[in-house]
Design a protein around this ligand. Structure first.
Ligand SMILES: [Zn+2]
Length: 131
């Protein structure tokens, strides 16, 4: 099963659901990062696909550098659980956009950390896409 661009005249396949890990982000995540909301999105949906390697995507575009105003400040920290560890988004580095029609943002490239390590991940917003 593929996750696709939500635009009727595009429907570009972004990723196969099986090759990614589903994570729940807090409610303010989509708003904080000003992500595009798909036509069928509801405010309760904050499911993201966590992708470690850009080559796991079928098609994805990466935007230019994000505006500095969208960096996460510590009092608005966004945390999530992955592999039973709590992670915090330190910085949103870039946006993910549709590779075909450039619509988005549909997710972000993030610098995340826990108590012991720091890494870069791709977080794809399921409510910005069509399954
Ligand atoms: Zn598209």
């Amino acid at each position: 099963m593929s996750v696709r661009c939500s635009f009727e005249d595009c429907k570009c396949a972004v990723i196969t659901v099986d090759s990614a890990i589903k994570v729940q982000l807090p409610g303010q995540a989509a708003e904080t990062f000003q992500l595009m909301r798909g036509a069928t999105a509801t405010s309760e949906q904050n499911e993201f696909l966590l992708v470690k390697d850009v080559w796991d995507f079928d098609n994805v575009g990466v935007s230019k550098q994000i505006p500095p105003g969208l960096l996460v400040d510590s009092d608005r920290a966004i945390s999530f659980v992955w592999e039973n560890k709590p992670w915090t988004i330190e910085k949103c580095l870039k946006y993910l956009i549709c590779a075909e029609c450039d619509k988005g943002p549909i997710g972000m490239v993030c610098q995340v950390k826990n108590d012991h390590e720091s890494t870069t991940l791709y977080l794809l917003s399921l409510s910005s896409l069509t399954v």
